[in-house]
Write a protein that binds this ligand. Structure first.
Ligand SMILES: *Cc1c(COP(=O)(O)O)cnc(C)c1O
Length: 383
């Protein structure tokens, strides 16, 4: 029998049925009044989620497309760009900038840890003329969340433009775009926004619009200025992904009206805490040991010596229909990851921990059945 699958990866994430239904709305004229109304409603919702007054560009692309758009619209070949990387996605941001000819200065930190702000400041001091800073809000490859407010302070102090990848955090982890002064925030549809993959977002501050007037990196499709021209008319320069936009309007309603943004931040913290406590009770070590920087949306777990991660994940998937993620880059085969973001709830965590107990038991690990579930239940009951 085909079983219900529980998708516990850090994106793409499960999509609520009402959002999926919206995707089957008949296609409309993207240059008509009906679209302008839809576009207006979406912008209003997105501004709340991004905590900004600025307009938000929506590209029919995966998140990486929006990262590239952010780079090509703010840099020119030869520009000094500071990359703050704490994992695979931070490295990707740097790689994109490098591919467009930027002079990338790297500030790399241990995977599983966050950036040391004093080291970042030292690098800024030693390299005068840095124009752009790249940072990841929530590093999905390791499960670490960064203090963007502190990085934004440095960015202002050294007169740089700050570009933040918030693809796996926006909507689930607090990011005060305008208050902190983040110049560009990039997000994607398939993580905390409870949508299928295919849309990405770029929130552009006035300072970033101004920079885009001067940036000479080659581009055509990604040009910000085309959006600046078309968006006030309630239109996009090229054909928008209409079905996904109907879904987006619905998911924004769920996040903002049904759950509430603040509640959603809190909900993700609880899911993460329950996951971490459950995992520790099963005798695993976490990659990110510091509770204060542990991601509310994804948890990275270090494998046990006697257990092959691939085998463990295979049992979870084939016997219990629970899909987890492996490690990326240099952490492949060393860790596995559980995503707990978007349309994921208490019982998904309980089910995952329960399946882990049974899989570990089957592999001969000396796990006490029920111990992980119990630890998670205690977290949920304390709330
Ligand atoms: C998922 C993710 C990306 C890449 O998004 P795609 O949609 O796969 O292009 C980039 N950065 C972070 C932090 C992510 O979690």
């Amino acid at each position: 029998m085909r079983q219900k699958q529980i998708l516990m990866i850090p994106g793409p994430t499960p999509v609520p049925p009402s959002v999926l239904r919206e995707h089957s709305t008949p296609v409309i004229n993207h240059r008509g009044e009906e679209f302008a109304k839809l576009w207006g409603e979406i912008q209003e919702g997105l501004k709340n989620v991004f905590q900004t007054q600025n307009d938000i560009i929506i590209y029919p692309a995966s998140g990486t497309g929006a990262m590239e758009a952010a780079i090509v619209n703010t840099t020119s070949p030869g520009d000094k760009v500071l990359s703050i990387s704490i994992g695979a996605f931070g490295d990707r941001f740097a790689e994109i900038a490098k591919n467009f000819g930027a002079d990338v200065i790297k500030c790399n930190f241990e995977w599983g840890e966050t950036a040391d702000i004093s080291v970042v400041e030292k690098t800024l001091k030693e390299n005068p003329g840095i124009k752009v800073i790249l940072a990841t809000h929530n590093e999905t490859s390791t499960g670490v969340v960064q203090d963007i407010e502190k990085i934004a302070e440095l960015s202002k102090k050294y007169n740089c433009l700050l570009l933040v990848d918030a693809i796996s955090s926006l909507g689930a982890i607090d990011l005060k775009t305008d208050l902190w002064g983040v110049d560009i925030v990039v997000a994607g549809s398939q993580k905390a926004l409870m949508l299928p993959p295919g849309l990405s977002f770029v929130c552009v501050s006035q300072k970033a619009w101004d920079a885009s007037e001067k940036a000479t990196s080659p581009k055509y499709y990604w040009q910000f200025k085309l959006y600046k021209k078309w968006m006030p008319k309630g239109q996009t320069p090229y054909t928008p992904a209409l079905p996904q936009l109907y879904g987006l309007r619905e998911s924004l309603k769920i996040i903002l009206n049904e759950i509430g943004l603040e509640n959603n931040f809190k909900r993700h913290k609880i899911l993460a805490k329950a996951t971490r406590e459950g995992i520790k009770a099963l005798g695993f070590e976490l990659l990110c040991k510091d509770e204060n920087i542990a991601s509310p949306t994804v948890t990275s777990i270090i494998g046990k010596e006697n257990i092959e991660i691939k085998k463990l994940r295979k049992i979870l998937r084939e016997k219990y229909n629970i899909v987890t993620a492996g490690g990326q880059g240099k952490l492949e085969d060393k860790i596995f990851r559980i995503g707990h973001l978007g349309f994921v709830g208490t019982m998904d965590i309980i089910a995952t921990l329960s399946a882990l107990e049974m899989a570990l038991y089957e592999l001969g690990d000396k796990v006490e059945l029920g111990s992980g579930v119990k630890a998670a239940e205690e977290v949920f009951l304390q709330q």
